[in-house]
Design a protein around this ligand. Structure first.
Ligand code: 3MF
Ligand code: MG
Length: 435
């Protein structure tokens, strides 16, 4: 251990389902083979630097509740302590990846150049720490939503100087991600949207966002970054109307600006809920378009209507998510990032460890259930049966025909629709056997 913060806590081990040790894995066994692949390689867990190390426990009604040895965070020496503690947590959890925003890891400087210098010092430190460990970078990203300069957007800002600042910031973060061997680079447009149309030129803002993302892809090719560029849908919060509303909106946006095939999606459970969808809906839709990249695994409160970013603890939900991920062939460069934070009363270092242990275990249970369902094949055979009519030559020929010929067949009485049960309860009962 580099720092006393996590003193007394040792690396978390798999002890099996009967263990009563609160800080042991009961389902997550990194080496256990599921559908021909180690669990660790399926799930590809990542710890999010922001929620676990930069967030201080505030909510809209009150500020900091946590007390951490790296506070106050506006100091470079503290940024180093924060990195020491973060890597101590990684050593305890043994998860293969982590993620950061620039703003999580370094204090803001008085100028871009100073922020850049501070950021680079921490990236140097990360590189040094990663050299002796197995932990890798799942993705890097730029925080272009917290500082007041971003209040009217980054690439969609009415001020071209902010667009420039955003471009310089993303270049810096892409360079660092590339240098650390990052598997992906993420853009989440928290302020890429608007509060009121009274002051917003929506069409030109969308064009600027499309141009910006094309610049990201051009730069990716220029530096030879082999990871995946991901955008992250969210309907609102902080903006009233966010341009990356949901998976369907993002797909349309990527197509309009010629970025399909270049950019995929980082899909978050909580954002799906805010958009009025289920997580599996968003995953299945992205998979259908070949745009499923990575996930932010958390859970949102179903009543509050905010992005509460809680650690996952619902096996059936998680199982259906992994079902669609496995069905799509699993993660490529993506993974399971815990974009999740403690509750603000969970003050202790142990809480931080326990939250991740529980979340990793729930995901492991979900993965095992998903794999068992896929291997059993019950849902797939029910689907095949339900759509079997489309396998006939007649049905395929109809798709190649036109309205007049279809009309003639229907009019001649050759077609006789027969309503059949959708069997939803039977299928739900089937799923419940596995979760
Ligand atoms: C906000 C989010 C973000 C993104 C992050 C990376 C702070 O609701 O989910 O987390 O995940 O900015 O894109
Ligand atoms: Mg997220």
């Amino acid at each position: 251990m580099t720092h006393p913060f996590f003193e007394g806590l040792s690396p978390v081990r798999y002890e099996g389902p009967d263990s009563d040790n609160p800080l042991a894995f009961r389902h997550y066994d990194p080496d256990a083979v599921v559908m021909g692949k180690r669990m660790e390689e399926h799930l590809r867990f990542a710890v999010a630097y922001w929620h676990s190390f930069a967030w201080e426990g505030g909510d809209p009604f009150g500020g900091q509740t946590f007390s951490r040895p790296w506070y106050p965070q506006d100091d470079m020496a503290m940024a180093r302590v924060k990195a020491d503690c973060a890597f101590d947590l990684f050593d305890i959890l043994g998860q293969p990846f982590f993620c950061w925003h620039d703003a999580d890891i370094r204090p803001e400087g008085d100028s871009f150049a100073e922020s850049f210098d501070r950021f680079t010092q921490i990236i140097d430190l990360f590189e040094e720490k990663m050299a002796s460990r197995k932990v890798r970078l799942l993705w890097g990203t730029a925080n272009m939503f917290s500082h007041r300069r971003w209040m009217a957007g980054a690439s969609t800002n009415p001020d071209p100087d902010v667009f420039a600042y955003a471009a310089a910031t993303v270049k810096m973060c892409m360079d660092a991600t590339h240098r650390l061997g990052g598997q992906n680079y993420v853009l989440w447009g928290g302020r890429e949207g608007y509060e009121t149309l009274l002051n917003t030129d929506l069409a030109s803002e969308l064009d600027h966002m499309g141009r910006f993302l094309n610049m990201v892809v051009d730069y990716q090719h220029k530096i030879g970054f082999e990871g995946t560029i991901l955008i992250e849908p969210k309907p609102q919060e902080p903006s009233k109307h966010q341009y990356d509303f949901d998976v369907a909106t993002c797909i349309g946006f990527l197509r309009k600006y010629g970025l399909e095939g270049e950019v995929k999606l980082n899909i978050e459970q909580g954002h799906a809920i805010l958009a009025g969808h289920s997580f599996e809906h968003e995953l299945a839709l992205a998979a259908a378009e070949g745009m499923l990249g990575s996930i932010d695994m958390n859970r949102n409160d179903y009543q509050s209507g905010w992005d509460t970013d809680q650690f996952p603890n619902n096996t059936p939900e998680v199982a259906l998510a992994y079902y669609h991920i496995l069905k799509a062939g699993g993660f490529g460069t993506g993974g399971t990032n815990f974009d999740a934070k403690l509750r603000r009363q969970s003050l202790d270092a142990t809480d931080l460890v326990a939250a991740h242990v529980g979340a990793m275990d729930i995901c492991a249970r979900g993965l095992k259930a998903a794999a068992a369902m896929l291997e059993d094949g019950g849902l797939e055979s029910a689907l095949a049966e339900r759509y079997a009519g489309w396998q006939t030559d007649g049905a395929q020929a109809m798709l190649e025909s036109d309205f007049d010929s279809i009309f003639a067949r229907v009019h001649a009485g050759e077609v006789a629709p027969q309503p059949r049960s959708g069997r939803q309860e039977i299928l739900e009962n089937y799923v419940n056997r596995f979760v």
